[in-house]
Design a protein around this ligand. Sequence first.
Ligand SMILES: *[C@@H]1O[C@H](CO)[C@@H](O)[C@H](O)[C@H]1NC(C)=O
Ligand SMILES: *[C@@H]1O[C@H](CO)[C@@H](O)[C@H](O)[C@H]1NC(C)=O
Ligand SMILES: *[C@@H]1O[C@H](CO)[C@@H](O)[C@H](O)[C@H]1NC(C)=O
Ligand SMILES: *[C@@H]1O[C@H](CO)[C@@H](O)[C@H](O)[C@H]1NC(C)=O
Ligand SMILES: *[C@@H]1O[C@H](CO)[C@@H](O)[C@H](O)[C@H]1NC(C)=O
Ligand SMILES: *[C@@H]1O[C@H](CO)[C@@H](O)[C@H](O)[C@H]1NC(C)=O
Length: 408
Amino acid sequence: MAFLIVGSIGAFVGICSVLYCLWQWKCGSWLCRSNSSVQPTVANDAIAPPPLRSFSLRHNSLRRLSRQRSGSSSSKQAEKTQSFSFSELADASNNFSIENRIGSGSFGVVYRGKLRDGREVAIKRGENDSLEKKAKKFQEKETAFESELALLSRLHHKHLVGLIGFCQENDERLLVYEYMTNGSLHDHLHNTNNIEKGSSELNSWKMRIKIGLDAARGIHYLHNYAVPPIIHRDIKSSNILLDANWTARVSDFGLSLMGPESDQQFMSTTAVGTVGYIDPEYYVLNVLTPKSDVYGLGVVLLELLTGRKAVFRNREDRTGPMGVVEYAGPRISTGDLQSVLDTRVGVPEIHEVEAVELMAYTAMNCVNLEGKERPNMTNIVANLEKALTLCENSHASLSSTTISLPSD
Ligand SMILES: *[C@@H]1O[C@H](CO)[C@@H](O)[C@H](O)[C@H]1NC(C)=O
Ligand SMILES: *[C@@H]1O[C@H](CO)[C@@H](O)[C@H](O)[C@H]1NC(C)=O
Ligand SMILES: *[C@@H]1O[C@H](CO)[C@@H](O)[C@H](O)[C@H]1NC(C)=O
Ligand SMILES: *[C@@H]1O[C@H](CO)[C@@H](O)[C@H](O)[C@H]1NC(C)=O
Ligand SMILES: *[C@@H]1O[C@H](CO)[C@@H](O)[C@H](O)[C@H]1NC(C)=O
Ligand SMILES: *[C@@H]1O[C@H](CO)[C@@H](O)[C@H](O)[C@H]1NC(C)=O
């Protein structure tokens, strides 16, 4: 009896200590990692590599999360690509009138339109001058065009702008997208008309971080869950659109598939990518990897932080055009993040400081000259999720009202 009691106590203590050790080890490493990771600028060493490694290591939980996310999004039934007639789309967009024109993207001009069933859409119409070239290419691989479009229209994700359908008539090539009520991030950040009226929504650090996170999730999905994986190639603030709920969505993905530019051809032209956002490694070596999108996103994050365009003219010292990376990079890495933050948003409150630093730190890692030194989308989503949590948590008591975003 005594043996039994002593034995079971011993076993119990043993198990407890093993569990305790495990717990210590797990929690300890979590704490350590999160501490070292969120204090880059405090340590006066914003872009030192060690914290990055710790970021990347700790996210098994994230993988689980993203699986859940992708699960839920892919469970939405895949809609069929709709094929529209040209006249239908002409009607919808008031004969492609100037008033309906809402912008121009890769390969064409975008019009706002309303389909007969009442749905609001954005219609992209292939540009005139490139049409002949395109038509030739298309004849070679007409079926590829359709199957690729079918593929794109099957991508449903809350942070991607959905492709609803297309039109293919004679030389006309049109694509029909969901309409994003609140326009592009670029316009909100840089269009001077918007600063006073529309963009007050964007004038909080929490919102800026959320937009960065939304966009990162969209790209993460393209890289990791689209089959085959898609490299966007042209991540920039004008390709990040805001829907009626101010949720950011990535648009214009996969279009490189349908352009005349393919393989070497687009290397020699300047068509793919946008000045200020092109991954320098891609530019120099012509090797396209998912890390090129990471670079583009890094630039977008810096735009969100500084409110500057990817390439801008520095009014203060009247030098030539300057990239936001060259502008913000050195200051952030010397711990002078405050001096580059967008003054429209104001100085981050105490509980936001860490979050903003984490976003800046992530951005700086994204724009690393060497692709392999940049984090992958999984790491980035993890960092921005953490930043958003930091913003929300200490805010909780004050902002239970502001957390729910306007929706209707
Ligand atoms: C982590 O930070 C907390 C406060 O933020 C501090 O109490 C704790 O000692 C830190 N842990 C380590 C390992 O630095
Ligand atoms: C992202 O990088 C981490 C290491 O930093 C790695 O463990 C993980 O597998 C990568 N994820 C993807 C999807 O490549
Ligand atoms: C569009 O143009 C056609 C002729 O090209 C015309 O019959 C039609 O009324 C126009 N529709 C609108 C909405 O302007
Ligand atoms: C488009 O091409 C047609 C003929 O190919 C030409 O008549 C028309 O002027 C062009 N439009 C523009 C805007 O260049
Ligand atoms: C953005 O969306 C809200 C509704 O969610 C709407 O009231 C507002 O007018 C929109 N802003 C712009 C600039 O379209
Ligand atoms: C906005 O959010 C509401 C509820 O949260 C949802 O029903 C609606 O579909 C959303 N709208 C868009 C355009 O995502």
